[in-house]
Design a protein around this ligand. Structure first.
Ligand SMILES: [Mg+2]
Length: 279
């Protein structure tokens, strides 16, 4: 399969066919548009490790092995609701003979720890000390505007609790771009999944799967978009230093089946031309 790196730094596995056009676009939030929760893995990973190491038998599993187990399952489930990662932690604790808490208890403790991590960013945005674009992936705002101007309907779906996604989208002044709606995790976790949002997009707009383009930095959204015949752009944003490629994300996104990989939206016009080959 042809691979190329264009000047605007998109790595292409499968280019959109000439004449193909997209009528709807689905965006993930954390890591794809927002940098507010950047570093959440550095909060979840040590916490889950701590819980699992309490019950693991050191004669059977080294610290490194436990850490690898934790990293792998967090990564695989990224993009789904947080509760699924907590359910998996509970299963892993149970599998090692421990007595796990309810998954919701792990989620609450994780969110408590994450809040310490993100509080300063939220405070700065709320007070106006930080401009919204400080915490938006480079070029994203302009890219959303270009898509809207072209009549593409925009949707946002996140595994973060819906009330938090909506609040953070508001703080970043991104809400108004999403004429299709903003969706996130529900208390009753069975009421939400990215696959359900995609189904709804297809139905409401009477779309063919091929008319949907998705942008995300997690496994789940890439797989879900590909599953219905959509075009999936993996966003391998280096969150600590936007502009570069996060090689770990890149490898995982390609494994999930991404059609193309971009570091950010640094050249939004070129990115738009790329996904609109008919123009
Ligand atoms: Mg994400």
């Amino acid at each position: 399969m042809a691979e190329s790196k264009t000047k605007f730094q998109i790595e292409v596995k499968r280019a959109p066919e000439p004449g193909r056009s997209f009528r709807a676009a689905l965006f993930d939030f954390d890591g794809t548009l927002s940098l507010i929760r950047s570093g959440w893995q550095d909060v979840m990973t040590p916490y889950f490790y701590e819980e699992l190491a309490k019950v693991a038998d050191p004669a059977k599993e080294s610290k490194e092995e436990i850490m690898r187990v934790v990293r792998d399952f967090i990564d695989q489930i990224t993009g789904k609701q947080t509760i699924y990662q907590c359910m998996r932690l509970a299963d892993e604790i149970g599998a090692r003979g421990g007595r796990p808490l309810e998954p919701l208890a792990y989620k609450k403790e994780y969110l408590r720890r994450l809040q310490i991590h993100t509080k300063d960013r939220i405070d700065r945005l709320t007070s106006g000390a930080a401009a919204p674009d400080e915490y938006v992936v480079p070029g994203a705002r302009r890219f959303l505007q270009i898509l809207r101007d072209a009549g593409v309907r925009l949707y946002l779906a996140s595994g973060t609790d819906e009330v938090d996604v909506k609040r953070e989208a508001e703080l970043l002044q991104l809400t108004s771009y999403f004429d299709g709606g903003i969706y996130g995790a529900q208390d009753d976790y069975k009421r939400f999944s990215k696959a359900m949002v995609i189904e709804q997009i297809i139905e409401t707009n009477r779309l063919d799967g091929a008319e949907l383009v998705g942008f995300g930095d997690g496994y789940v959204e890439i797989e879900n978009v590909r599953a219905i015949g959509g075009y999936a752009v993996g966003m391998a944003t280096l969150e600590a230093k936007p502009g570069g490629i996060d090689e770990w994300k890149r490898a995982r996104l390609l494994q999930a089946g991404a059609d193309a990989i971009a570091p950010d939206y640094g050249d939004p016009e070129a990115l738009f031309e790329f996904i609109h080959p008919c123009k």
